[in-house]
Every structure is written in C-alpha cells, then in structure tokens.
Design a protein around this ligand. Structure first.
Ligand SMILES: Nc1ncnc2c1ncn2[C@@H]1O[C@H](COP(=O)(O)OP(=O)(O)OP(=O)(O)O)[C@@H](O)[C@H]1O
Length: 232
C-alpha cells in the first residue's frame, strides 16, 4: 500500500538522571503504517505510550531506536535522523499537530494565530485570513473573538482555536491528541466533519481519541500501543 508515514522498529526509553539513572522503556518495535486518506486511532491502556509515540512522530522526543519514514515534498526521509532545520521544514510543510492545549505567544490575536502556519507556507495574506475566519466560524467561534488573544478564552474555545490552526494548512499528515476533549456535542460534530474532509483531501491522520463515539465515527482502524513491561 502507498503510505504517508511509516515506523520501523521504533523504540523509546526514558532515563531519569535525577532518579539514579532509572531506565523506563516505553515503546519497543513499533511498526505503524498510515496511508493517505486514512485515520488510525492509537489504542491502549493509560500509560502504554500513546502520547509518547505521537511526540516521537512530531520530533518532540528523539526516537531511541528504529526509523520514522515520512513522505516529505516528494522524497522519503527518516525523521529519527532529521536535523533541527529539516524538522522545522517538516513541521511547516508536512506534519501538523493538534495538541489538547493551546500554546501560543501571548497577546497575538486569534485570527493571526490561525493564519500564521498558512502564511509560513507562502499563502497570500488575504487568502490565509479568509480561510482562518471561515474555519473559526465553522467551529462556532464568534467573530467578536477573532481579534482578541485567546489567553482568556474558555478551555473549549481555546481548543477550537487550536483545531482551526491545525486544520487550516491542509497538512499531508495530521496528529490529533484528544481533539474533542473540551468540546460540546455540536462542536464535536464539527470536528468529525473536519476530520472526514481532511481524509477525503488525502490527509493521513493519527489520533488519540478517548471519546469512543468520535473514534468509531472517524477511525478506519485501531493501532494497539502495547505496554512494554507487560509485553516483555
Ligand atoms: N518525559 C518523560 N520522562 C519520563 N517518563 C515519561 C516521559 N513521558 C512519558 N513518560 C512515561 O512513559 C509512559 C507512557 O506515557 P504516555 O503519556 O505516552 O502514555 P499514554 O498511553 O499516552 O497514557 P494516557 O492514556 O494516560 O494519556 C508513562 O509511564 C510515563 O510516565
């Protein structure tokens, strides 16, 4: 099958230097393949390593062993060996990450926060602002809030800003960490629609969805993340 992202023998362990060098293996031999247009939900008990896997795929954590293969601008690259410059380029062009919480520079208005990744990819300013407005409106964020920084927004409002920012650039690969955790049912339905549309447009999506209703609607399959210690 054609793939957008593929891991081969991916492993990750943490060493706690302040705790006498305690070694905690979390991921071992992870073989995950995701095709364009497919949504894979990570499953497994709490503490199994789902978030750790997502962070390795986004380069927040270095992979301890194995390869993370990605189709990036027509070439195949190994993210496990990408340098910081290449990683920045991958984040600008190929992989988007919607985390549970909005982390942004203070005092920047919401509209700019959502438009910024599109501007970084070279989209014209008016087109980027128009798409940002449209996505925020689709996510039921009132126009009166678009010009304000989101620091004082509610948890659900901040999550919707985060979602608009993550979906706006149409990344080929999208990582979603609990994208509906703080949302009401109307907005959950909007997010399901956004994910379905991104899939139709060819995005490969990897997500953690504790909301089983959302997961059942949009995941094509589950990928089990096994706790390493139990499996050893
Ligand atoms: N930076 C870190 N340093 C040390 N240990 C870590 C670190 N990040 C994660 N871990 C450990 O890795 C294990 C897996 O954590 P992770 O958050 O990936 O699990 P999860 O499957 O996402 O769990 P949950 O469903 O509860 O969110 C846990 O035992 C956690 O303590």
């Amino acid at each position: 099958m054609s793939w957008a992202l593929r891991t081969e023998g991916l492993g990750k362990a943490f060493t706690l230097h302040l705790q006498g060098g305690t070694h905690i293996p979390v991921l071992r031999g992870v073989e995950l393949t995701v095709a364009p247009g497919e949504c894979v939900a990570l499953a497994g008990p709490s503490g199994a390593g789902k978030s750790t896997l997502m962070r390795c795929l986004y380069g927040n954590y270095g992979a301890g062993e194995g390869r993370i293969l990605l189709r990036h601008q027509g070439a195949e690259i190994d993210l496990a060996r990408a340098d910081p410059r290449q990683m920045r380029e991958v984040r600008r062009e190929t992989i988007g990450y919607v985390s549970q919480f909005l982390r942004v520079i203070p005092r920047v208005p919401t509209l700019e926060i959502v438009a910024e990744p599109m501007l970084a990819r070279g989209l014209a300013r008016e087109a980027a602002l128009a798409r940002a407005r449209a996505l925020l409106a689709r996510l039921n964020l009132p126009a009166a809030l678009h010009g304000l920084p989101p620091a004082t927004f509610s948890g659900g409002e901040q999550q919707r800003v985060n979602l608009a920012r993550g979906f706006a650039p149409r990344y080929p690969v999208l990582l979603l960490d609990e994208p509906t955790a703080s949302l009401d049912s109307d907005n959950r339905a909007v997010v399901i629609g956004l994910i379905e549309q991104a899939k139709r447009e060819g995005a490969a999506i990897i997500g953690i969805f504790h909301d089983t209703e959302v997961r059942d609607r949009i995941a094509d399959r589950l990928f089990a993340v096994e706790p390493v210690r139990a499996a050893a």
